[in-house]
Design a protein around this ligand. Sequence first.
Ligand SMILES: [Zn+2]
Length: 242
Amino acid sequence: MKAWLGMALAGAVAAATAAPCGPEALGTSRVLTLPRAAGAWGTAQHAPLPGLGPKEVVLTFDDGPRPGSTPRVLKALAEHCVQASFFMNGEPMARHPELARQVRDAGHSVGMHGYRHDNFAQWPAEDQGRDLKAMIATYTDVLGEAPPAYRFPYLAESPVLMKALERLGIAVMSVDAGAEDWLPDQTPQMLADKLLGQLAGPGGGIVLLHDAQDQTAQALPVLLNALKTQGYRVVALRWQGP
Ligand SMILES: [Zn+2]
């Protein structure tokens, strides 16, 4: 194991288990480490994430990093000692590399969400390939490591990119539940009700939220409290080093 990886894992475990959180905090119950390998997870489109038990959730945040809202999301997660996964777009990552590193350095894992945020299934094949190449180059440049995972914008998976990601050994992450937090004018209580409603069916799984949304940043303390009250446990998702 490379030294930087050992340090990163040790730091993540310490942050997950030793943070000064009281019993009222949601907390992070454990770390689930996946191999860096191709695969596709999330019952909206694929198999359930392997190794996830009943009432266990992996919190994921898309479309950042965004200076107006991502720091507020980080603050809410830190106050609950919760570790999540962020699927970042290449364009904002290139514009705000320090914020992207701040997310990673807070102990969260980071995946990709397309350099542009678009429906790639409608693009010519060569343009899809170019976007993925730009996304991987930006991720590697900003975070100094190879990207382990990818989530399609709008969950609009394209055969061209699915094949490319499989060839590269990069996991595709779909979802199990969300709060439809991209819809405008959602109050924190509306988002909490929607999230708990969508989680009730599968009983846990990969949760999709958006750190680029102001209303999500504002609602996050309410959402985390609701998860705690309903007995959900947060699992921090990580990928093994290269
Ligand atoms: Zn998105």
